[in-house]
Design a protein around this ligand. Structure first.
Ligand code: MIG
Length: 848
């Protein structure tokens, strides 16, 4: 794909400006600067780019990929020379140059650079200033930029971090680290966590813009802390690339950001269910007992996690003697509808008799200590260990093969932990800065942060290509030596990518489930993310909301926090409230530490068990809705769990709200975040809202006081929504349910895309899915639900749509494609009900 833009140079700083789209600009230090000291050259015909890339100076800039772009290529010769003004009529790009200024105009924005100082501004087409950068140096030594913060500007995103949703006023760092107990009430000074996504979503007076500094070295962002109006960004080393997104809505920014960094491939459907974990279920007997309890107590559950005690003395890819005959055990669990997910840490025990170590040494798979001669050795769970160099494709392949052998025992998923990487004894608790990676030039940044072109980033393309090319891998090839400090934040993503390849190798047509603790921008292409070691405290329950919301805004749609809290001892009330909330978050797993009290849903007696069961059961009934949200996140990058500002950027109360969230567009969740709360204040944005439980109608644009009952948390449904639900079930795998309910809530209009597929294969990438729009139009007395024509090569498994008209006063007169139909009415529930046989063509359902 071609990119439009101009390669321009300013004294001392040669900046390459590329318009990837009218609303996405990329700035970087040009690689071809020496050849063209002060030229004004249109960039990037493919040939030019390839020619440049083959130069050694450029080889290290492995971040160079040919991004998707809206623009046609510049015709050869056009814009060359020293002209003062260059236009590219077909794309609306225009470049003007004076002695002091360089201005690049697109149809929606104007970037203007001071050629002497390097300072720049970005305006939108109405003249509104979006960014003003006073100091700019994307050089290898002390890379930095300083932006002006506008009055009332808020900064969201930044991936995974503690503290309030809006990061203005804080200092945050990007340096993946293992942090035990990370709530800001415990660690007020904490600046960094396990995942680094140097992406900011700026919002002021409803107008959104974004920036992404693609540089996996340490970064420090002072977001109006030292100087209230200054946003100072610094990196330890490496220029990287700076991407600017013009918006103007939060969705515009995030959709572009995820177009660039890639979107989540569809997970297997069972992964949307409830997961149970503990550090650790220590034996086969214990694991089987947990599985039995779930079924006996009729608490739905799909996945059980095996933490580090499954291993033989912490040797990766092994089962110890407390787990005899693992494949038999896994098959037995599978027959009862349980998937098993095993933890895999990067450290390989330095035991000369250990097969994985021996093969790794033979492959030269491990990172080297400073000097590059010996493998680096550091301490983690297995004791002295070596660390695979995941930045090297040869090593990722090798790891994938080792993992595949292990996974073929019957493991449905892999959980990557400690992959910051975390070390026990080194001063920085990670690999030393001068450890050496042997980056193969093709993989440094492009594989991990930026999505491969041609749509591959949306699916399994990259991972599969990696798995498929296995036999052809040169085992002796030498890559480029790069110090750990320059690529630290990539280690987790690189490991997750290897892990994904391993899963595909073990089962080539099954969707992988990979869970990771560490990652960098683009991690959503490889794995789901959980937020690490939180604590069993009310503060931590509350804090998980802004954390997950900002992760979601940063491209990571499939995320969740340990339900019940990891560290310390949970209480029954906290577990119930946490489970009630987390049933509405994308990744739903209860997990607890080795010295915490039992934390399974039944561990606090029958009352708490009942509340947890109800919350989990509701989650399973919402699966058709969740499934559509996951599909949308996969297609467009739209978060599953959304801050209110996503749909209400102009509403200051919605923008400031961080103790509630939206699940999709239709459900507003207001968790109970305090013990023994009797009421909670809920902010309802403009519109009409229904109480999910009672059906009561509320006007939005106000705070309402809602009674906090123990049985459930406040949830509201937006007027004008269609919410698909299914029958309760104990686990997900197996046949899809033939009846889907469509709950239609009046007062407004709404639409969503229905998607169905087999839930486990990669067929959806080949178009094996059923898709149709479902639209509800509320025109006073006449109301209409339109199910558009079904697209796609997968025959829908839905036999019957059960239409549930909520807030109904009588049995309406109903027509389906013009024919009259009978409908029932349940006065005590206020619902009018009827069934419509599914058909692939348009279904037009009217009622009066
Ligand atoms: O040093 O595998 O965040 O979920 O249970 C602790 C044991 C290592 C940290 C993970 C946690 C996991 C634990 N791990």
């Amino acid at each position: 794909m071609q990119v439009g833009g101009f390669f321009i140079s300013v004294p001392n700083t040669n900046i390459e400006i590329t318009a990837l789209a009218a609303d996405v600009l990329k700035l970087r230090v040009g690689a071809g600067t020496k050849a063209q000291p002060s030229s004004l050259t249109p960039v990037l015909s493919r040939r030019e780019r390839e020619a440049r890339r083959s130069q050694p100076a450029d080889a290290q800039r492995a971040g160079v990929v040919e991004e998707r772009s809206d623009f046609p290529p510049l015709p050869a010769g056009e814009g060359r020379g020293e002209g003062e003004r260059v236009t590219q009529p077909q794309s609306g790009l225009q470049l003007r140059r004076t002695a002091h200024r360089l201005t690049l105009t697109t149809t929606v924005g104007k970037f203007s650079l001071n050629r002497r100082t390097g300072a720049w501004t970005l305006h939108d087409h109405t003249g509104l200033e979006i960014f003003r950068c006073s100091a700019f140096a994307l050089t290898d030594a002390q890379p930095q930029l300083t932006l002006q913060l506008a009055d009332g500007e808020s900064i969201f995103g930044l991936g995974e971090s503690t503290g309030p949703c809006n990061k203005r006023g804080l200092i945050r760092e990007f340096w993946n680290a293992d942090v035990l107990g990370h709530a800001s009430c415990i660690h007020p000074g904490l600046r960094n966590l396990y995942v680094s996504i140097p992406f900011a979503l700026s919002l002021r007076e409803g107008r959104a813009a974004g920036l992404f500094w693609d540089n996996p070295a340490r970064q420090t962002w002072d977001i109006g802390c030292t100087e209230p109006d200054e946003f100072r960004l610094r990196a330890g080393t490496g220029g990287g690339s700076l991407y600017l997104f013009l918006g103007p809505t939060p969705a515009d920014v995030v959709l572009r950001f995820t177009e660039l960094t890639g979107r989540m491939p569809l997970p297997p459907r069972w992964a949307l269910g409830y997961h149970q974990s503990r550090y650790s279920y220590g034996s086969r007997a214990e694991l089987e007992r947990i599985a039995r309890e779930f079924r006996r107590r009729k608490i739905p559950c799909d996945a059980l996690h095996l933490d580090i005690h499954h291993m033989d003395a912490h040797r990766v890819f092994t089962f110890g003697k407390t787990f005899p005959r693992p494949s038999e055990m896994l098959a037995k669990l599978a027959r009862r509808g349980f998937k098993a997910i095993a933890i895999v840490d990067p450290g390989v025990k330095d035991d000369p008799k250990f097969g994985v170590l021996k093969r790794g040494v033979a492959q030269r798979a491990f990172v080297k200590a400073s000097g590059g001669k010996r493998d680096f050795i550091g301490k983690v769970w297995p004791g002295k260990s070596r660390f695979p160099d995941f930045l090297n494709a040869r090593v990722r392949h090798w790891w994938a093969t080792e993992q595949a052998v292990f996974q073929r025992l019957g493991l449905a998923g892999i959980w990557n932990d400690m992959n910051e990487p975390a070390l026990f004894d080194t001063p920085g608790k990670t690999l030393p800065d001068d450890v050496q990676h042997e980056c193969d030039t093709s993989t440094a940044r492009d594989l991990f942060s930026l999505a491969p072109i041609g749509g591959e980033g949306r699916g399994e393309g990259a991972a599969r290509a990696l798995a498929a090319s296995l036999p052809n891998l040169p085992s002796k090839g030498r890559g480029k030596l790069v110090p750990h400090a320059a690529v630290h934040n990539l280690y987790g993503s690189a490991m997750a990518s290897a892990s994904r390849a391993g899963a595909l190798l073990a089962a080539p047509d099954k969707r992988p489930f990979i869970l990771t603790r560490a990652g960098y921008a683009g991690i959503q292409r490889h794995a789901a993310v959980w937020t690490g070691d939180n604590s069993s405290t009310w503060e931590h329950l509350a804090e998980s909301i802004p954390m997950l919301l900002n992760l979601s805004l940063s491209g990571v749609a499939f995320c969740g926090a340990d339900v019940g809290g990891f560290l310390d001892n949970c209480t029954g009330e906290l577990l119930a409230r946490w489970t009630q909330m987390a049933a509405f978050t994308p990744f739903f797993r209860n997990h607890a530490n080795n010295d915490s009290r039992p934390q399974e849903p039944w561990a606090f007696g029958p009352a708490v068990e009942a509340r947890c069961r109800d919350a989990i059961a509701l989650r399973y009934q919402l699966l058709p809705y969740l499934n559509c949200l996951f599909a949308e996140a996969h297609r467009t990058g739209t978060p599953i769990m959304r801050p209110l500002l996503w749909h209400h950027p102009n509403d200051p109360a919605a923008v400031a709200c961080e103790d509630q969230f939206l699940l999709g567009e239709s459900l507003l969740v207001a968790p109970i975040l305090r013990p023994e709360a009797r009421v909670r204040s809920v902010y309802l944005p403009v519109g009409q809202w229904f109480d999910f439980w009672s059906g009561g109608l509320y006007d939005g644009g106000q705070h309402v006081l809602i009674e906090a009952v123990p049985e459930h948390i406040p949830v509201f449904v937006r007027g004008g929504s269609v919410v698909p639900t299914g029958a309760p079930r104990q686990f997900i795998s197996g046949e899809a349910e033939p009846v889907v309910n469509l709950h239609v809530w009046p007062h407004g209009r709404g639409a969503f895309t229905w998607q169905e597929d087999d839930g486990e294969s990669l067929g959806y990438e080949r178009g094996e899915l059923a898709m149709r729009t479902i639209e509800f139009v509320d025109r006073g007395p006449r109301r209409e639900l339109v199910l558009g024509t079904t697209q796609g090569a997968w025959p829908s498994r839905v036999k019957t749509w059960r239409i549930v008209l909520r807030s109904a006063r009588r049995a309406y007169r109903v027509w389906v494609n013009g024919s009259r139909m009978a409908a029932g009415f349940e006065p005590e529930l206020g619902v009018c009900l009827f069934e419509v046989a599914n058909a692939p063509g348009e279904l037009r359902i009217k009622w009066l």
